[in-house]
Design a binder for this molecule. Structure first.
Ligand code: SF4
Ligand code: SF4
Length: 376
């Protein structure tokens, strides 16, 4: 099982699509629809000792925030308490404190997801001028210190400006070639706030974004034909479902059945974004792993959609909160259908590469449920 653990709700950055938008989102109606749990403190009060009774061998714990590296002492305490158990540790971070990780923790961490929104210009626009250089410098330092685990570049494609996913992925591929990252994921910042929807502007965005996705898929195929497989999570995950290498049809992120979130006082929620929403609680550390209940997408539109087995409904939060009007959600679905259709279109050509042994199925293997949500 995969567990994100929220170590703190605090963050050391003020990203446009997170901090700035949430500051403007006073009234979105969710307070009436859902019950927010105000007992969760800002910083995690969950003890390593409690986790020891809860986690079982083979589980994966993903340190998450806010910014989890503000809480290095907590990470240390948890890892020490779980000594002797077979747990995998990952971190999802903005990267600016990565250089502070002591060696004894670093050697326990096997994957790191670093948020970076592409090149310096676009990343700086979203996350502030210093972020790109600090994140890249720190990843270099980690590599020099011998970190060989996977480092995933996690991009947010934020409308209206960040539409050119091909340009940004190619930039990150350059950083893969330099040995910094191993893989790439992105999600569009769409449908997560009530007050950021504008039909004309988002329609225009979808056109440009979809074109860029198509061009990226064409480029990815041309690389595959040369025997070069760039690990782009949305492409890997969608291809795996098309090819039935992955026979799961539920949410590709695993929220609510394979991937849960431990909030700051030990309640377990279906997803990090809803970590203190009681409607999405699935259990608690105290009650133990056997008492976890599954939460499913119940959206009628998804259930009757021909893309559902691959898309899974994209995101439990988006599908449940319904912050955008139906025409906005339709536009988001257009992006999903476009990326799935684009991968479907090249699948016969990938089949040929597999048949003539230019590539093997294992070249497309990837780990599910630890963070890259697959459907952008
Ligand atoms: S494309 Fe849209 S309607 Fe169809 S399954 Fe995905 S989220 Fe649901
Ligand atoms: S895709 Fe949505 S439901 Fe899944 S982890 Fe991300 S925010 Fe949560």
């Amino acid at each position: 099982m995969y567990y994100h653990i929220v170590l703190t709700e605090r963050c050391n950055l003020k990203c446009k699509y997170c901090y700035e938008k949430s500051m403007k989102e006073f009234e979105n109606g969710l307070e009436k629809k859902w019950t927010y749990d105000d007992k969760a403190p800002f910083d995690s009060a969950v003890k390593g000792e409690n986790l020891k009774n809860f986690l079982v061998d083979g589980d994966t714990l993903i340190f998450y925030g806010g910014e989890p590296l503000i809480m290095i002492d907590k990470i240390e305490e948890i890892i020490k308490s779980l000594d002797g158990k077979n747990i995998r540790y990952y971190i999802q971070t903005n990267g600016i404190l990565l250089n502070k990780l002591p060696d004894e923790i670093l050697k326990k961490i096997s994957k790191i997801l670093v948020s970076i929104d592409g090149d310096k210009e676009i990343d700086g626009f979203n996350k502030g001028k210093i972020h790109y250089d600090m994140a890249v410098r720190n990843i270099k330092i980690l590599r020099e210190r011998g970190f060989r685990g996977e480092i995933v570049a996690r991009m947010v494609m934020a409308p209206p400006y960040c539409f050119d996913v091909k340009k940004q992925v190619l930039h990150l591929v350059k950083l893969i070639k330099e040995g910094l990252f191993d893989s790439i994921h992105w999600q569009i910042d769409a449908g997560f706030y009530k007050n950021d929807f504008d039909f004309d502007s988002f329609s225009d965005y979808v056109k440009k974004y979809n074109t860029s996705v198509q061009e990226l898929v064409t480029w990815w195929l041309s690389e595959l034909q040369e025997g070069r497989v760039w690990k782009i999570y949305p492409f890997f995950g969608i291809l795996a479902r098309i090819k039935k290498w992955d026979t799961e049809t539920r949410l590709p992120c695993g929220a609510g059945y394979a991937n849960f979130t431990i909030n700051t006082y030990g309640k377990i929620s279906a997803c990090p974004i809803m970590n203190s929403v009681e409607n999405f609680y699935c259990g608690s550390v105290e009650e133990g792993p056997n008492k976890l209940r599954e939460i499913k997408i119940v959206d009628e539109k998804c259930r009757s959609c021909s893309y559902f087995d691959i898309c899974g409904g994209r995101c439990l939060y988006w599908r449940s909160a319904k912050l955008w009007p139906p025409e906005g959600d339709e536009l988001i679905c257009k992006t999903i259908k476009n990326i799935i259709d684009s991968i479907r279109e090249i699948t016969p050509k990938i089949d040929l590469l597999l048949k003539n042994q230019t590539l093997k199925e294992e070249d497309f293997s990837f780990e599910k449920y630890f963070g890259p949500e697959i459907i952008p």
